[in-house]
Write a protein that binds this ligand. Structure first.
Ligand SMILES: [Zn+2]
Ligand SMILES: [Zn+2]
Length: 341
């Protein structure tokens, strides 16, 4: 079969590889139909994050079930979301919702990220899903996979940034420091609007992204406004962003970093944070767990992923599009390529 691999920064290409086979009763083989380019893929494609040459890429996947083991819990023909990370659903971490830290597979085992476990990537003719019942969720009836692909992965990341906090504090004042990862920051602002936050300020130096945030109902700023906020999402990998978030945190605030700072360590005034009572959360998302949250938001409060300007490309053009400058890219098998459907 064909799959797309990272060759070097700026170059992704199709290569032949043996098709995966079922290895047990709980498994399924899924044919990716629509794959979105996660913000993380942009970092890999540009060489900002390490990725071994020859590693398969792509992990934001909606596909069709092709073949199943006897205990897979899905059937051929089902259209499903495939989470980026491999999770068994049964270990201690998975049961706690820490599906990005499943104990049944190598650490951080995922599709398309150069991780251990040899699970391949989403830009492929087939992917093997080792825990189909735990991992796969159905595409809602009548749901357009191109419109919903953002909910397959980046939406789950955005949900963990704002969903749990706003469930308890729905009228919170929210600040999103956006820019990188760009779409996850925008989804976080959009989701905060959908979930009823009273104030949603989105900060980004980029005018186009500010316009997207405004289209979702957030108030956009080119630089951080003064004020204090109950929930601050850091989608900007700098220590200045982190320092700014600590300075703007209201008493009892929560700060969520959806990226590490990549420009060095930060000295933190812990006594001041201690007296205000600030919670700081940083970590990789738990994709399967967060997917339930984002789909609930989609079903109940109208969050839609597809207002982010998206370049939709034919499947075979994915490698070039993955290295381009578009804000978001979605590759889809089309009716013009019936052999691909
Ligand atoms: Zn991702
Ligand atoms: Zn597990």
């Amino acid at each position: 079969m064909k799959h797309a691999v990272f060759v070097k920064p700026g170059l992704i290409e199709w290569r032949e590889t043996p098709a995966p086979q079922l290895q047990g009763p709980r498994e399924a083989l899924v044919r990716p139909l629509v794959v979105g380019r996660c913000d993380l893929d942009v970092a890999y494609a540009r060489g900002l994050l390490p990725m071994p040459s020859g590693a398969p890429i792509g992990h934001e996947i909606i596909g069709e079930v092709i073949e199943v083991g006897e205990d897979a819990g899905v059937k051929p023909g089902d259209r499903v979301f495939v989470p980026a990370q491999i999770s068994c659903g049964a270990c201690r971490n998975c049961r706690r919702g820490l599906t990005g830290r499943c104990e049944s597979v190598p650490f951080a085992a995922s599709y398309g990220m150069g991780r251990e476990g040899d699970y391949g990537g989403g830009l492929a003719d087939l992917v093997r899903v080792p825990f189909a019942r735990a991992m796969l969720t159905p595409l809602p009836g009548g749901g357009d996979p191109v419109a919903l692909i953002g909910a397959a992965d980046m939406g789950a990341d955005a949900w963990r940034a704002v969903g749990p906090y706003l469930a308890h504090h729905p009228e919170a004042r929210v600040l999103v420091l956006g820019g990188m990862p760009p779409v996850i920051g925008l989804y976080s602002a959009a989701l905060a609007v959908a979930l009823g936050a009273s104030v949603i300020h989105y900060v980004d130096a980029d005018e186009t992204r500010r316009a997207v945030a405004e289209s979702y109902g957030a108030t956009a700023h080119p630089a951080t406004p003064s004020g204090s906020y109950d929930l601050i999402v850091i989608a900007l990998p700098t220590r200045a962003a982190l320092a700014g978030a600590f300075a703007l945190a209201a008493p009892g605030a929560t700060i969520v970093s959806v990226t590490p700072a990549i420009d060095g360590p930060l000295e933190v005034a812990t006594a001041e944070l201690y007296h205000r009572g600030v919670t700081w959360t940083i970590g990789r998302p738990d994709c399967r767990h967060g997917h339930d949250g984002i789909m609930n938001a989609w079903a109940t409060c109208g969050f839609c992923a597809d207002r982010v300007p998206t370049r939709v490309v034919d499947w075979q053009d994915a490698p070039d599009a993955w290295t381009g400058d578009d804000l978001y890219v979605v590759a889809t098998r089309t009716a013009e390529n019936p052999n691909d459907l």
